[in-house]
Design a protein around this ligand. Structure first.
Ligand code: SF4
Length: 409
């Protein structure tokens, strides 16, 4: 296999004397995405994946920053193991990144030009942050090296093999585009469309996004020149194909009706479901529940007791109030269940008889409940004929994210 101007990843690792065990550990992490359709992990063992990655081209990456907080770059590099952060910079050739590169001013711009020339139509352009389009030609809200943001984006994207929008701001506008959107902030794909640039754009929304999704996408491109299958919002299916709710470690509590009612209450301190605190997991497509951050188990919002805010969904994040309850499309949780915290008391025959009646009622109620959950969605009654609390009015327009074809079953 012939390699591009940066050679293969394996050759670079050898040249820099990087321990191959680090690569193996990283590939073991990537394998977590295997069941969700990441083409790169069609092999069955991390060893085989490490071989495939080592043979891949070390792709040149040009990383642009516009309206952003740099959180997406931080998440890429703030790994819990310093070796992994370093390894990431060996896997790709990060030729231009304003925040990380040693060069500045004219030297930095010369590095950009040189990389574009050397890797013409072969490099990957990663965009972090939204692009301000108000008074765009004057560069009123973002100007780098004297050029307005949209002009830089057009020039770099025009000669890239593919464009990746990392984070919610680059994917659709994110926080800067929150109404009233004072700078007319737009996502990368929308800007490129308006500027007439026809390039494949992959959206990796999240605030911040998971760095493994970025590396998996880049490495697939580097190893076989393909891009992952995308959903209708341009997100890779291997990472955004399922709802967080479907894989949430707190799902058993949801199903059993154990909900935290207030921050710090008994349920919250004991890891119960966060639905009633506004968790948007039921309408949010992302792999956060299976791929935690910083390689530390349970380091993700729900894992530390914070309800999901739906940061990967354009119609949810920064638009729907964070404590508003999400719409459940297949089954509403009942307003209440029999308490799971009843105090134990003395046993006496009369109480036992009454308890027997109670248990009978409970069994009957449970049966009715099981029938209820098998009925069509939207039925307002709950088990036993008690009214279920309706979810709060939704404030976004258009179809629900989980009502799209093939989603949210
Ligand atoms: Fe997890 Fe949120 Fe679903 Fe509860 S509502 S199971 S916390 S995703």
């Amino acid at each position: 296999m012939t390699h591009g101007p940066n050679g293969s990843i394996g050759a670079h690792l050898d040249r820099c004397k990087v321990d191959r065990r680090q690569l193996l550990e990283f590939c073991g992490g990537l394998m977590v995405a295997a069941p969700f359709g990441l083409a790169l992990t069609s092999v069955t063992a991390p060893e085989a994946l490490a071989e495939e990655v080592a043979e891949a081209d070390r792709v040149a990456v040009i990383w642009l920053h516009f309206q952003d907080c740099t959180g997406c770059s931080e998440t890429l590099l703030r790994t819990s193991a310093p070796d992994l952060g370093e390894l990431i910079l060996h896997l790709i050739s990060l030729d231009y990144h304003e925040t990380l590169m040693a060069a500045s001013g004219h030297q930095a711009e010369a590095a950009l030009e040189a990389s574009m020339e050397r890797n013409l139509n072969k490099y990957v352009c990663i965009v972090e942050g939204s692009t301000p389009m108000l008074h765009r030609d004057e560069g009123a809200y973002a100007k780098i090296a004297g050029k307005p943001a949209h002009e830089i984006l057009k020039k770099v994207a025009d000669h890239a093999a593919a464009v990746i929008s990392i984070g919610s701001c680059a994917s659709w506008g994110g926080i800067p585009s929150t109404p009233p959107n004072p700078t007319q902030a737009m996502g990368t794909a929308a800007v490129l469309k308006e500027l007439g640039v026809d390039k494949p754009v992959i959206n990796l929304p999240g605030c911040p996004p998971n760095p493994y999704n970025l590396l998996a996408t880049v490495l697939q491109f580097a190893s076989n020149g393909t891009l992952p299958a995308l959903d209708d919002e341009g997100r890779p299916e291997f990472a955004y194909g399922r709802l967080i709710h479907e894989h949430c470690p707190r799902r058993a509590h949801f199903d059993a009706g154990r909900f935290a009612q207030r921050f710090g209450d008994h349920g919250h301190r004991n890891g119960w479901c966060l639905y009633r605190l506004g968790c948007k997991g039921p309408v949010t497509h992302a792999a956060c529940s299976t791929r935690h951050f910083n390689e530390v188990p349970d380091v993700w919002p729900i894992g530390i007791g914070a309800p999901c805010v739906g940061c990967t969904e354009e119609k949810v994040a920064f638009k729907v109030p964070i404590f508003e309850k999400a719409k459940i499309s297949d089954a509403e949780p009942p307003a209440f269940y029999p308490s799971v915290e009843e105090e134990a008391g003395e046993i006496d025959p009369i109480a036992t008889g009454l308890a027997g009646l109670g248990v009978g009622g409970l069994i009957g109620g449970t049966f009715v409940a099981s029938q209820r959950f098998s009925r069509s969605p939207g039925d307002p009654a709950c088990p036993g004929g008690v009214e279920v609390e309706e979810p709060a009015e939704r404030s976004w327009e258009g179809p629900e994210p989980n009502e799209k074809e093939g989603k949210g079953s």
